[in-house]
Design a protein around this ligand. Sequence first.
Ligand code: ATP
Length: 485
Amino acid sequence: MACLCGGAAAWALTGSRCSLPLDLLSSPRGPKFPGRWNAVPLSSRFFLFSSYPVLSSNASSAPFCGGAQAAQAPPSAVPTLREICRGKVPEHILQRAEEIGYVLPTDVQRQSLPLLLAGRDCILHAQTGSGKTLAYMLSVFSAVDFRRSAVQALIIVPSRELGIQVTKVARMLAAKPTGFEKMQACTIMALLDGGMLKRHKSWLKAEPPEIVVATIGSLCQMLEKHVLKLEAMQILVIDEVDFMFHSSKQVHSLRKLLTSYSTIDNRQTVLASASIPQHNRFLYDCIQQKWTKNDVVHIHVNPVEPMPSHLCHRFVICKKKEKLCTLLNLLEQDSPRSGIIFVGEQSEKSKKAGQPPSTALVLDFLKASYRGGLEVLLLDDDMNFNARAGSFTEVRQRDCLLVSTDIASRGLDLPQTTHIYNFDLPRTAVDYLHRAGRTGRVPFSNDPCSVTSLITQEERFVLQRFENELMFQCEELFLQSIMTT
Ligand SMILES: Nc1ncnc2c1ncn2[C@@H]1O[C@H](COP(=O)(O)OP(=O)(O)OP(=O)(O)O)[C@@H](O)[C@H]1O
């Protein structure tokens, strides 16, 4: 079976380029995949795909307006979200989406929605901030029957904060717009670590919600106590899927959820992330382990440019003891609208020695010395859930300087963030990608945003490795030009 993919057709119309990841074409595993795609170039713009699963494009989202949307009229060939979803997603959800400002699809939405709405299992693999949440959320609303009181959609997220954010998007879309007041309401429940599980238990028994957003720990508690049933589940979404599979705490439960608590024959499975290292291997595992159906589609947007191109990457070389002053001077020079300062997690050794975590040191220093207009807030894994929730709510409501560990690096959507600072370098290139991806999150906008790493001379080669792996270039800022105080 051969088909010309919808995504390919869409960006061919808009004049964008298309390419395939080299590792896909050269993968030794290729022929072993059941129904593997073979991509055959038809012309410089079209590829013919035979039955297996990768759609990939380097289409740029720049041409189609956005929050900055209104200024530019969309080219008539670009279908709107409504046109793509008509007849599949309930009318009131589409109306709400438009009210919120979701009119034109981003690249990943344009490429994935026709497949998602046709019920295909998909792996959504696209840059940070590219709109994967709305893509899977619209397919959730297309799969759910609002008149039936049973859990029909399950969205798994790695952290409480991301869970709160995803639940908010779902509730915003499900809110009934004017003219639809008599419509059956859709109930969305958040089952998150640190939440009120006791109350949720009775709620689940009395009147199950249609959509559940859950962290894997809380979900499994409910499944083991037989409070939550998944017989009616139509669609399972796992967000930040690579992170979930690499976290030893979660992987066992995740495998059980994918294979024991529910099976691929009864559900549509959607896996999403901006980073899927060794994605061919992952795809192979998905099929072999029966996490997805054999004809799962890997939608890979911008494979040769894993990070948004309008991010400006910079680094400053300084001694460890100069880092705090360097950071302060950078903040004064940059005057960010809103920023995140990523700090490494405290080691077990330092905890045992009773030392304060680096996050606390940076926070205290900035509170004492920073004279800019932004409030300095903290989000740290070691804070209790209430303190975390309080901080997260504040961060979402206003511009600030957030000092955080990598807990804020996955999935959080704070579109006002213009500056990222790596006070400590992340451990891996994938972590760099997700930290950097907390800025530059306004679709269709090319407003400059920057990612600045404070490194020692010895760390330069680590950053260079990230540059090679992620295919970006970092510009050096010289200490003398920053240090004014
Ligand atoms: N079609 C659209 N039109 C306008 N804005 C959109 C559209 N789709 C998504 N957005 C906005 O883009 C931002 C990023 O979307 P989202 O959080 O889904 O990104 P993501 O791909 O999940 O990123 P990450 O990999 O970092 O989690 C959000 O603020 C969202 O509201």
